[in-house]
Design a binder for this molecule. Structure first.
Ligand code: C5P
Length: 221
């Protein structure tokens, strides 16, 4: 039995990777199964929230009762999020957004050259969706994720400060990717709270509890 700690709250979640075209048949993407974001969508819904899930390409079905919008590129994800962010109480950015897109992507398939000459790609930076939502005046309460390969505490606290988010969930990238269990640390102004290794749905339920506990009360509560 899950208490409805998020009843009446509107929650926006990004999940999965983004996929940035090089040409019509090739992409650049991040390693992300979407499992953590989908588990959070399910846990938030179980807790009574109205959930909108903006998802990059994954093989996962939308959790029961969750509204899903499918996107491919970081810019698509950015527009889908910005369309509804102002109406939300909470934004949880779980997606592994590609930091760069290919500036010189081709409308037609790039052909292999007989002389072995390889194409050169130029990159430009994608918008930082989380930082932008966190900077909205009277925007939603924001939660970030950070998958790091080293110095988790240092990097996660720095990221939390840089993006101005009250809660940042950190994990070690080597451990979390594609796995069904995860070992997370919650970073907030209360410090660092390390959870034991847990199935992603249990970790998601704990994150939901932590969000509900910290969320400012609404006018009607
Ligand atoms: O800066 P970094 O990508 O490591 O930050 C991770 C956090 O920021 C995640 O919550 C991720 O979903 C979010 N993010 C985003 N838009 C980006 C890059 C990251 O929302 N372009």
């Amino acid at each position: 039995f899950q208490p409805k700690v998020l009843a009446g709250r509107r929650i926006l979640i990004t999940a999965g990777p983004t996929s940035e075209p090089i040409d019509p048949v090739r992409v650049i993407t991040n390693r992300s199964s979407g499992k953590m974001g989908y588990a959070l969508a399910r846990a938030a819904r179980e807790a009574g929230a109205d959930v909108l899930l903006v998802s990059g390409p994954t093989a996962l079905p939308a959790p029961y009762g969750v509204q899903r919008v499918n996107v491919e590129t970081a810019r698509d994800m950015h527009s889908a999020v910005m369309r509804s962010a102002a109406d939300m109480d909470v934004f949880i950015a779980v997606a592994a957004v590609a930091d760069w897109r290919v500036a010189n992507s081709s409308q037609t398939k790039i052909k292999k050259q007989a002389d072995g000459h390889a194409p050169s790609l130029q990159f430009e930076q994608n918008p930082d969706i989380l930082a932008e939502v966190a900077a909205m005046p009277s925007g939603p309460w924001c939660v970030g994720f950070a998958a790091e390969t080293e110095k988790l505490h240092e990097q996660a606290q720095a990221k939390r400060a840089r993006k101005h988010v009250p809660l940042l969930v950190g994990n070690l990238a080597q451990q979390a990717m594609h796995a069904d269990t995860t070992e997370i640390v919650l970073f907030s102004d209360e410090g660092a709270d390390a959870l034991p290794p847990l199935p992603k749905l249990d970790a998601a339920r704990e994150i939901v509890r932590q969000i509900a506990r910290r969320l400012p009360a609404t006018a009607t509560q």
